[in-house]
Design a protein around this ligand. Structure first.
Ligand SMILES: NC(=O)CC[C@H](N)C(=O)O
Length: 308
């Protein structure tokens, strides 16, 4: 087990930051456009409970697409594999995460739960009597994963996305027309945008990554937070679809199960070894953190973290 040295991490962060100029902060959700593209922070959480970090780890990041993997875990526990995969597929795609194109093909079924169409179906399956009850259930699960009761969502980011999510609404209406979802679209958008706006530091992200790395067990108590099979399915999706339509290249260059979000966050789980949380808001054209991917590449090579 390598020792993650903070001085070395800080050096890797400085090196990776040089790539920020090749990226751009997401601004299709207006509130995300305020982020500083030169920011980069990382935390590595190991099973012995130690955290090594570099950069400003007090900065909070909204989960955005990272939330898709957490909602999937909850929904798999709520409904079981068969019901979930009846509505959403398991195949990766080379289309962008918000694409509607593939939905036109019969049978109408989003290709996987990591693209927006699939994630909206997953979110529609979160159980509970109202949007706030369903959000609370998801938040309670996320708080347990992160071991942090303070985790909440950013009202500003949620509102900003809710007011501008025309493409996601289109996906919802398309799915509703084909009876893949049957809930009120505005309610689903309310829940989905709040889910995406759940915010945390990269230390929290790293600790969640560690839970996946430990097959769903709480690193502190050893208690299962999710069944092993659920953790296994989530990690498999992280490998095949976690970095959108750049997942193949990422698997070759980095080789770590990971999920990114357009906020610039990345959650990574190195099986049995550590969880990694990164925040670097400058994105490449596929929507992944440019500096975050560079940093993960460096960490993977230095500490031999590739699972392949
Ligand atoms: N790729 C992402 O992080 C997308 C999440 C974002 N909330 C959206 O649906 O557009």
């Amino acid at each position: 087990m390598p020792v993650y040295n903070e001085e070395e991490l800080a050096r890797f962060v400085e090196e990776a930051k040089l790539y920020a100029r090749y990226g751009k902060v997401a601004d299709y959700i207006p509130a995300l456009g305020k982020a500083n593209p030169n920011e980069l922070s990382v935390a590595v959480y190991t099973p012995d409970g130690k955290v090594a970090s570099a950069g400003d780890v007090t900065v909070k990041v909204t989960l955005q697409s990272i939330s898709k993997i957490l909602a999937l875990a909850l929904v798999l526990m709520d409904h079981g594999e068969d019901e979930v995969f009846h509505k959403v597929g398991m195949e990766p795609t080379d289309y962008p995460f918000h694409s509607i194109a593939k939905l036109e093909e019969k049978p109408v079924k989003p290709l996987n739960p990591m693209i927006n169409a699939g994630a909206l179906v997953v979110t529609s399956m979160i159980q509970g009597g109202s949007v706030s009850e369903r959000l609370e259930r998801l938040l309670a699960f996320v708080r347990r994963l992160a071991g942090n009761e303070q985790i909440a969502y950013s009202e500003e980011v949620a509102r900003s996305e809710f007011e501008t999510a025309f493409l996601n609404r289109s996906l919802c209406y398309f799915l509703k027309q084909h009876r893949i979802i049957d809930e009120d679209v505005e309610e689903l958008m309310d829940l989905y945008t709040k889910q995406c706006a759940i915010e945390m530091t990269c230390i929290d992200l790293a600790r969640i990554g560690l839970v996946f790395a430990l097959d769903g067990r709480d690193p502190h108590s050893g208690e299962p937070i999710m069944p092993l099979d659920v953790a296994r399915i989530c990690k498999t999706f992280m490998v095949t679809c976690g970095m959108y339509n750049a997942s193949g290249e990422f698997a070759i260059k980095v080789g770590i199960p990971a999920k990114s979000g357009v906020s610039g966050g990345i959650l990574a789980a190195v099986p049995g070894r550590c969880g990694i949380g990164i925040f670097g808001p400058a994105l490449d054209d596929k929507g992944n953190s440019v500096t975050g991917v560079k940093l993960l590449e460096r960490l993977s090579k230095t500490y031999s973290l590739s699972i392949f």
